[in-house]
Design a protein around this ligand. Structure first.
Ligand code: GTP
Ligand code: MG
Length: 481
């Protein structure tokens, strides 16, 4: 009798899970391992950051595994089967890690550093800081895939990473408490007050960040003249109207801000729209402390032969790496003490110029004159890296521009009707620059806004990689304790 009642009392679903207790526990162990992996990554970044920049990128880290009861509740609520496979397939927040930072900009620095690690794959990103929830909730949420290595297998696990500032976390914890109180007297008033608080907190976060930046701004900041050589990526930084105002800030300005603690930078923008390496063989080289070069994408598009390591050494004209060598020599001769940083070109999708659609080019998924853009990028990186007075950044790899994320879609007329078509499907459709609408409405933009030129997000990626290199203390100046 007692057993019968007991049977009835236990929820079917709980019984179901308990009969599979062992595989369930095993799965939870894997999630726990995935949390350990990510937590370690953050701890490593913390160590490095505190040495390099003399500050900690985050205040605290909390990890949590979703409780069995919550897992069951969520599966049931969303109508998914109550099985082990279903948990892995349908729920991305079994393993959760919350990183609490002091300032909003640290959130982006830290998340970029995580995403740049080559075993981490971004599955989903929700930026509730750039786009807060209507109730005022702010945080940056990432779902990432991280491999864990067990004795006999390598397994990919999903982990939800939430980044917040202390202030955002303070707000969210109060908001969370109120969610469970259903008997409050005037919920609308409370919701409106909470929203106001969220906005005050947001303003405060940015003001505190500014104060921090003022305090940390070294009064003896070094003056640094930065000469940026490049094509339209660089040129557009100071011609945002030519992006039809799709871009608010280019990579030069973003880099300048990221470096302002240490350097009082003056930028000489030598970017030439549509330029190839050959265009810089006779451009007057100014006096500067730092030179950056970001060229090659137009050389690829125009089919300029890349050239070999030998062509680089011989500075052979008519090849991309030969031209690069000549430019480097010209800079080095005039500025023997300047730092020189070479970046290689990133992947590109189908480009259509926003102010003149007849100016367009296919993406780097296809070869141009028999050459892959990636191979050209690799060559530029390896040649620059082989030169001891040059610093090379493998921007192609680090920036994460890929065919799948340069654009969300291309809007193309198919059988008389417009459709938003994703890569790789869009490749097979033609676009008529005279008759058709511009194929990239704002929502189509991702790492680029027009298939080629970086959006704000793309520029931010490039700037954070470049700023990190600029801020890196040159080896000979490092003091080891
Ligand atoms: P669920 O995971 O099913 O909740 O849906 P989702 O994945 O679409 O949600 P989202 O990524 O937006 O949020 C997931 C987590 O973020 C929640 O579990 C909370 O920890 C946090 N969160 C989201 N919105 C709010 C909010 O309005 N207030 C608070 N306090 N936390 C929130
Ligand atoms: Mg979620």
């Amino acid at each position: 009798m007692k057993d019968a009642i007991y049977e009835e009392m236990i929820d079917q679903s709980v019984t179901e899970i308990f009969t599979k207790a062992k595989p369930f526990m095993e799965l939870m162990t894997k999630y726990r391992c995935a949390l350990m992996e990510i937590e370690t990554k953050f701890k490593v970044l913390n160590e490095e950051f505190s040495i390099r920049y003399n500050r900690n990128p985050f205040e605290s880290i909390k990890t949590r595994l979703k409780k069995p009861a919550s897992i069951i509740e969520k599966l049931e609520r969303k109508g998914y089967p109550l099985t082990i496979d279903s948990i892995e397939k349908n729920l991305a927040d079994i393993a959760g890690i919350r990183v609490i930072c002091s300032f909003p900009e640290d959130i982006y620095i830290l998340s970029e550093m995580l995403l740049r690690q080559d075993d981490i794959v971004l599955i989903e990103k929700k930026d509730y800081i750039a786009n807060p929830k209507p109730n005022g909730y702010r945080s940056l949420h990432l779902i990432v895939d991280v491999p864990i290595f067990l004795s006999t297998e390598k397994k990919h696990m999903k982990v939800e990473v939430q980044f917040r500032t202390i202030a955002m976390d303070f707000w969210a914890s109060l908001d969370h408490k109120l969610k469970y109180k259903h008997d409050v007297e005037n919920p609308e008033y409370i919701a409106a007050e909470l929203k106001k608080c969220a906005d005050i907190i947001d303003e405060m976060d940015y003001r505190m960040q500014e104060i921090r930046n003022l305090i940390e701004r070294n009064p003896n900041r070094e003056k640094l003249v930065w000469c940026a050589i490049g094509d339209s990526f660089t040129y557009l930084n100071d011609h945002l109207d030519e992006t039809d105002h799709r871009v608010k800030k280019g990579y030069l300005s973003r880099t300048q801000i990221k470096c302002e603690q240490r350097y009082d930078m003056e930028i000489l923008n030598l970017g030439i729209n549509g330029s190839v390496t050959e265009n810089f063989l006779d451009v007057e080289i100014p006096q500067a402390d730092l030179f950056t070069i970001l060229l090659g994408t137009n050389d690829w598009n125009e089919g300029v032969p890349c050239g070999s390591a030998e062509d680089f050494i011989l500075r052979k004209k008519g090849t991309i790496v030969g031209h690069m060598g000549i430019i480097l020599d010209r800079i080095h001769e005039k500025n023997p003490d300047a730092r020189i940083i070479v970046m290689n070109p990133v992947e590109r999708g189908d480009f259509v110029y926003i102010l003149d659609p007849t100016n367009n080019a296919h993406g780097s998924y296809a070869k141009q004159n028999g050459q892959k853009l990636k191979d050209i990028s690799d060559k530029i990186f390896r040649c620059a890296d082989s030169c001891e007075w040059v610093e090379a950044i493998d921007l192609h790899r680090l920036s994460g521009f890929k065919q799948g994320n340069v654009l969300h879609f291309k809007k193309i007329k198919v059988d008389g009707e417009y459709r938003n078509i994703e890569y790789p499907e869009y490749v097979q459709y033609d676009f008529d620059p005279i008759e058709d609408e511009y194929p990239y409405p704002s929502a189509a933009g991702w790492m680029t806004y027009d298939g080629l030129h970086p959006s704000d997000e793309g520029n931010e990626r490039i700037a954070s990689i470049l700023a990190e290199q600029i801020l890196m203390i040159p080896k000979e100046e490092r003091i080891y304790v």
